[in-house]
Design a protein around this ligand. Sequence first.
Ligand SMILES: [Zn+2]
Length: 349
Amino acid sequence: MRDPILKYSKSSGFYVDAKKDFFSSNQALLEKAQSQNASYASGPARTNCKICGHSLPNETDFKSHGVEYVFCRDCNHLNGRYDDTKEFIEELYVSEDGEDYSKNYIDDNYVSRAEKIYIPKVEFLKESLPRTPTGILDVGCGGGYFVYAAQKMGYPSLGVDVSKTMTQFGNQQIRNLMGCEPLHCVDETELYEAIRYTAFDVVSAIGVIEHLREPQRFFEAVKNSRASFLYYSVPMFSLSALLENSLPNVFPRQLSGGHTHLFTEKSLVKMHELIGAQSIAEWRFGTDVMDLYRALNVGIQENCGSDYAHTQISEGMAGLIDDLQSVFDRNHFCSEIHVLVSCSDSRFK
Ligand SMILES: [Zn+2]
């Protein structure tokens, strides 16, 4: 088996534009996260690890924003103490046809978001795949940014998602831009069937696995699918989660709402084992230092900070963000990872 190709970091320039709300609406986002966490924490206890299924220890490792967390002692995955019930998931993603969830993601500037954030993801896939794929099935496609970016780069691509609002919005955008409607609204079971029976040889799941109620169904579907490759990104336990735990007044981007558990390097290996997959390429880039920068700004804001004080933070810190982040990325302790895996040696033709 060859060692995976390793890639690190990405300029954070895209982040400030894309997530301005994180800076300007801290209080509202914090309150929403607290209410989603309260709803999550009212659910039944999670007794087994979300990834490997091993029994979780009785003691809690830490508590953040009203939710208790525990590391699986078998695969080291960080688990929230409660189950993601169907009701909780529906409340987050499907209620009112997903309108509430989609507010975070619907942008006035569809093309610019696709180009800044999703084209680089497709480029990494392109440079890492050992052959030209027949096409890409994007699972949990949301508004179809990745599908659009893949099509722009010449890959036939379809998306499936449980949100009617998001797929309708994406289809409307892509129809205007490219004259097709490649996104399909499906229920949970159809989502796994789409993977199982896809004719394409790449399945992508960008920021999706962590939101699944039963990830084992996803692992099984990928394992039994004719697709040869899985391309995914997931949130990781890193500095960001630790900062959130120490700073209760800052909106916890990494571990709240739909993120009830986080991957670690060890739980990724376990997941690959369960899928029967080998890593081909890994791209680590986090937003940990951007989260720190945001926390410092919120702190100043809360302590009567003037515009002049904010300028002091940006003059001192803004130019350091990418350099500092690259230290975390290269040491494999960053908030996000993109991975391309081959799903089976026998199908790795
Ligand atoms: Zn585990």
